[in-house]
Design a protein around this ligand. Structure first.
Ligand SMILES: C[S@@+](CC[C@H](N)C(=O)[O-])C[C@H]1O[C@@H](n2cnc3c(N)ncnc32)[C@H](O)[C@@H]1O
Length: 203
């Protein structure tokens, strides 16, 4: 368990909903569309405070993890209040998941590959728990190729990452480096906010 990451996100948990209220509203339609194909045995990394649960299709049986006990506590409450299916939330580090190999049909992430300490290593662990024909669906903000956004994101990242996410990760390349086969990359806002869909790739 990465204790400094856990501590950082525990500290962020209380103010998280307030800080993300703008994006929660602005991205609502995109998120509802993004989560709509959820089916089968699903892993959601990382639950945060559970703000995304309201976008999940109804009556699913979902497993979620998060490294922060404070996030997990808030998410468990939200799973009861905001969702009509099952969301089983575990306090767990993506780098040390206890699930057996090839457990899940689908894995969903939202604004998370900016936040886990070692994204390629984390993705390799996700690949391990995905079934051979399973799918990875990601809603992520990433680095940009366009000036001045690339410069701004590079400048913001060292400060932001002390309290929250890194702003300049090349998540598409990281997904490929972890061995996944990418099927679709859709830019939702410039090249900063993306949906990435992938499968396990060569086994
Ligand atoms: C930016 S928040 C996103 C939360 C949620 N997905 C959302 O969009 O509201 C990043 C989340 O990743 C979790 N996290 C960071 N490192 C992690 C790790 N190694 N394993 C599991 N969760 C982790 C944090 O605790 C935090 O809840």
């Amino acid at each position: 368990m990465n204790l400094s990451t856990r501590k950082k996100w525990d500290t962020a948990a209380q103010g998280y909903d307030l800080l993300t209220r703008g994006t929660d509203q602005r991205w609502a339609q995109h998120k509802a569309h993004f989560f709509s194909p959820m089916q089968g045995k699903v892993l959601f990394l990382a639950a945060g405070t559970g703000l995304d649960f309201k976008f999940f299709p109804s009556q699913q049986d979902i497993t979620a993890i998060d490294i922060s006990p404070k996030m997990v506590k808030l998410a468990r409450q939200r799973a009861i209040e905001d969702y009509d299916g099952i969301i089983d939330i575990h306090e767990m580090d993506v780098h040390q998941m206890l699930f057996p190999d090839e457990t899940f049909d689908q894995i969903y992430t939202a604004c998370t590959l900016c936040s886990i300490p070692n994204p390629v290593e984390g993705l390799i662990h996700l690949r391990r728990v995905l079934k051979p024909h399973g799918e990875l669906h990601m809603f992520e903000h990433t680095a940009s190729h366009y000036p001045p956004f690339n410069l701004i994101l590079n400048m913001m990242s060292p400060l932001m990452s002390r309290f929250g996410p890194e702003m300049n990760r090349d998540t598409v390349t990281n997904v490929r480096r972890a061995g996944f086969a990418i099927h679709r990359v859709e830019n939702l806002h410039l090249d900063i906010l993306k949906v990435i869909c992938a499968t396990r790739g060569k086994i």
